[in-house]
Design a protein around this ligand. Structure first.
Ligand SMILES: Nc1ncnc2c1ncn2[C@@H]1O[C@H](COP(=O)(O)OP(=O)(O)OP(=O)(O)O)[C@@H](O)[C@H]1O
Ligand SMILES: [Mg+2]
Length: 303
């Protein structure tokens, strides 16, 4: 079950941006910190939107994900980092219903749920945007938004007018400068394509968004545009798992970060509690810095 941590209302640590503090101040109750639970709520109280507990999956003999636990609160971005093959995509594919776990539990809003396929995940408000975006290139934004869930007129024909009107509404919320409603998405820029993919994900009431390397193929300007989208969705209360190799993106956008190595969680930290070097040490050596809560994959520290 979700751990309820009783404390004062939501409060993000503010004054700890510059140097690393000599004393690591935590805002958790001592029990939570000492218990080396692999999650460190940034949101003071309330139930996580989603909690994956002790998840494992093996392919043949390879433990792709090994007793990993992560969670996510409303209005929070959690960055998921790690080397190639660390198990990031596999872990989130279990949440999105693409893979079936061998072990562990998933809770949504504190309730244990069964996610056996992508439809189960969507029913829980979990939407995934894969790196490939999976857009239909030769049709426009509206057709992409409603792909497989097309609106029909009473006569049973496609209701293009309604679909375009709805698409304009959603896109306006996300990207007010977007005007290219009549063009196939193949003609759009990388950032615009990303916003169509995000629009499609959130249009159907997503509460939990998984983004796997959303900016990997984008230039600086478009990366900034996607960053703005992420900040906006966060402000609307969505929870976002952001998988990225880009430390700058993760430091810019995430409230917390989780580092995986060899299928295991090395540690979880508030982004403001760790430095770039700390995180590199977690990724490369599995070294969990003071500001982070160690997971099962943390290298044992010599006393
Ligand atoms: N369908 C599969 N069949 C067999 N092995 C798999 C499968 N999917 C993932 N793996 C293996 O599981 C491990 C974790 O892979 P995963 O793709 O989750 O890593 P990742 O952290 O997302 O890496 P990257 O940063 O390269 O995307 C790797 O050893 C990978 O080869
Ligand atoms: Mg991956």
């Amino acid at each position: 079950m979700a751990k309820s941590v009783k404390k004062s209302p939501v409060k993000k640590p503010v004054a700890r941006k510059a140097a690393k503090p000599a004393v690591i101040e935590t805002h958790e109750s001592p029990a939570v910190v000492k218990g080396a639970e692999p999650h460190a709520p940034t949101k003071a109280n309330g139930t996580p939107l989603v909690e994956m507990k002790d998840i494992s999956i093996a392919f043949g003999g390879i433990k792709a994900v090994d007793h990993a636990s992560i969670d996510l609160y409303p209005g929070e971005v959690v960055g998921l980092l790690g080397h190639n093959g660390a198990g990031k995509s596999t872990l989130i594919k279990i949440l999105s219903g693409a893979y079936k776990r061998d072990h562990g539990q998933i809770f949504v809003n504190g309730q244990e749920v069964t996610i056996a396929n992508p439809r189960d995940a969507k029913a829980q408000g979990i939407e995934t945007i894969y790196q490939t975006l999976a857009l239909a290139d030769n049709v426009d934004a509206a057709a992409n938004l409603y792909l497989g869930r097309e609106l029909k007129t009473p006569l049973g024909t496609l209701d293009d007018v309604a679909m375009e009107a709805e698409t304009r509404k959603v896109m306006h919320r996300l990207n007010p400068n977007f005007r290219r409603f009549k063009e196939p998405v193949s003609k759009l820029s990388g950032g615009q394509r990303q916003s169509v993919a995000i629009a499609r994900a959130i249009h159907f009431n997503a509460r939990i968004l998984i983004m796997d390397e959303p900016t990997a193929a984008l230039g600086p300007q478009e990366t900034a545009q996607v960053g703005e989208l992420i900040k906006q969705l966060k402000a609307e209360g969505l929870g976002i798992f952001l998988i990225s190799h880009d430390l700058h993106d993760v430091f810019d956008l995430s409230d917390r970060l989780v580092v995986m190595k060899n299928g295991k969680v090395v540690g979880t930290a508030r982004t403001s509690d760790v430095t770039h070097d700390d995180v590199l040490g977690m990724i490369i050596a599995g070294k969990c810095p003071k500001g982070a809560i160690p997971g099962p994959g943390a290298m044992k520290q010599v006393a």
